[in-house]
Design a protein around this ligand. Structure first.
Ligand SMILES: CC(C)(COP(=O)(O)OP(=O)(O)OC[C@H]1O[C@@H](n2cnc3c(N)ncnc32)[C@H](O)[C@@H]1OP(=O)(O)O)[C@@H](O)C(=O)NCCC(=O)NCCS
Length: 190
């Protein structure tokens, strides 16, 4: 069997989500709600879509089980969010999603990537550290407390993306719902 056909049949895939329908927005929100302690609302998610952002969905067969959103400005990328439905965490899927997302940042011309992470988020921290992210600072009380929990600090982290050039990652398929000339294939606006 040819590798291309094999890739198409693989149960795990990555796809750009460029102009989410209400149904897809709801799917994104359900992942967000399940994965994050302070989830974005559907409006928050919808408002991130712009020519400078890319949303990459992680699918198990046809089920959206995770996604990441990046923003590119000139040669800098910011990881806005990444999450995997807890049912599927700890299986290596988050690593695959992050690796392909960082590679996409590189493909779009970014040299460095920046992010914030809760100081208590050991899994995410370990994952970022393994791709070369280092702590550049601490933002005190960056995450507001909720349900009686206190506010929490964030580490700001940054990484040089160039080592990713040689890393093999899952391909990101085009958004099946978008025309070929959609924003997903357009260069970010600077
Ligand atoms: C962070 C997240 C995306 C990682 O996805 P995942 O599919 O669970 O992660 P993976 O299975 O690919 O594992 C990633 C690494 O974390 C490690 N890990 C798993 N559980 C861990 C734990 N409790 N403590 C430390 N490391 C842990 C894994 O061993 C793996 O490292 P390795 O490949 O070196 O062995 C996912 O856990 C998630 O959605 N968390 C909630 C949302 C979130 O915190 N997002 C990041 C916000 S900045």
């Amino acid at each position: 069997m040819g590798s291309r056909r094999h890739a198409r049949l693989a149960p795990l895939s990555l796809r750009f989500i460029s102009k989410p329908s209400n149904e897809v927005l709801q799917q994104l929100y359900l992942v967000e709600l399940s994965a994050h302690r302070d989830p974005w609302t559907p409006d928050d998610i919808a408002s991130t879509f712009s020519p400078n952002t890319r949303c990459i969905g992680l699918y198990l067969k046809e089920e959206l089980i995770g996604f990441a959103i990046i923003c590119i400005v000139y040669d800098e990328a910011e990881l806005y969010t990444i999450g995997v439905n807890p049912k599927y965490q700890g299986l290596g899927f988050g690593r695959k999603l992050l690796a392909a997302t960082l590679k996409e940042c590189l493909n779009l011309g970014a040299a460095r990537c920046f992010l914030e992470v809760r100081v208590s988020n050991a899994v995410a921290f370990h994952l970022y550290d393994s791709y070369g992210f280092t702590v550049t600072g601490t933002r005190r009380n960056y995450y507001p407390g909720s349900n009686g929990e206190p506010a929490e600090d964030a580490y700001t982290m940054a990484c040089d993306l160039s080592p990713l050039a040689s890393v093999a990652t899952l391909p990101i398929e085009p958004d099946p719902a978008a025309p070929a000339t959609s924003d997903a294939s357009a260069a970010p606006q600077q």
